[in-house]
Design a binder for this molecule. Structure first.
Ligand SMILES: Nc1ncnc2c1ncn2[C@@H]1O[C@H](COP(=O)(O)OP(=O)(O)O)[C@@H](O)[C@H]1O
Ligand SMILES: [Mg+2]
Length: 278
């Protein structure tokens, strides 16, 4: 009973949150991107990624997976317009990316909340930064907090929150100004396994309600398979795409999805690609 009431509430909130979203925007094309970091003090320059191409459709959830140093963060920064590729280009909704834009939100491993702002004020930070009208976004901020299970915590301060609650606040913050694309760089990597799993389920529920394009970076293969429509598997030296793997798991996904055969088959396929033993 509680669950069904909860899901009804979630649905009506989802409707409200989705209603303000711009639809069908957020398509990403990564075209032959290379990135060379210049040498420091005579050391050889580093080819971080070489000739990386993939695309992400509007509303799709795609993960980048690979060992440390294969260029996942570099690719995310290139999509965000926070770093310029040395070769190739990133195109969003038909326009080459040359600088950060408001329609692309980025979330990192550490929540970086301001300790002197309460939860609601932290969520409203982009609204202030972009010079938008707070009053116009207040209800949306509260809806997102309710959707993230933080409805009762809007007046709490970051130091009163658990790590998981801090990351949920950061997730609301990245969504508040209604970006069409959300880029996440190992957002739950610093959390314990239990919290991470719960947040992944929350994330899918919020994604389902808002239908942003998501590019999610992780080195956790199971997490990537559980969350994604596709997993871009990357290798090192130089950072490159090994395979673009479709995840044939139906949605909505639940913890039970991780018991299903397609989950395990996809997971082991990716492990094989990365040269990991079973
Ligand atoms: N600012 C930088 N200057 C020099 N080298 C860098 C810089 N950022 C990343 N690199 C190098 O580029 C490669 C890819 O890094 P990164 O994109 O952070 O990989 P990942 O996120 O997959 O761990 C690594 O060899 C890393 O050392
Ligand atoms: Mg990284």
């Amino acid at each position: 009973m509680v669950a069904s009431n909860g899901s009804m509430a979630t649905q009506s909130m989802a409707h409200a949150v989705k209603a303000s979203s711009s639809s069908a925007l957020g398509a990403i094309q990564v075209e032959g991107v290379g990135k060379v970091y210049p040498s420091r003090r005579g050391a050889a320059s580093i080819v971080a990624v070489k000739d990386v191409s993939f695309s992400v459709a509007a509303g799709e959830f795609v993960s980048l997976v690979g060992p440390s140093g294969c260029g996942k963060s570099t690719m995310l920064m290139a999509i965000a317009g926070l770093t310029q590729p040395s070769g190739g280009r990133v195109v969003i909704d038909g326009q080459p990316v040359t600088a950060p834009r408001r329609s692309v939100g980025v979330m990192f491993q550490t929540p970086e909340l301001f300790r002197w702002r309460n939860v609601l004020e932290n969520v409203l930070l982009p609204v202030d930064v972009f010079g938008l009208n707070r009053a116009a976004y207040l209800e949306r901020a509260r809806e997102l907090l309710r959707l993230a299970g933080l409805g009762a915590f809007e007046h709490a301060y970051p130091q009163e929150l658990s790590g998981g609650m801090e990351q949920r606040t950061a997730l609301c913050r990245v969504l508040v100004a209604d970006p069409s694309i959300v880029l996440m760089d190992e957002p739950f990597g610093a959390l314990d396994e239990f919290t991470r799993e719960r947040l992944n389920i929350e994330l899918l529920r919020i994604w389902d309600a808002t239908r942003k394009t998501v590019v999610f970076v992780t080195h956790n293969i199971g997490e990537a398979v559980f969350l994604s429509d596709r997993v871009i598997v990357m290798g090192t030296q130089p950072g490159r795409v090994l395979e673009d793997v479709q995840v044939p798991l139906p949605r909505p996904r639940t913890v039970e999805s991780m018991r299903e055969r397609p989950y395990h088959e996809t997971l082991y396929h990716i492990r094989d690609l990365l040269g990991l033993s079973h």
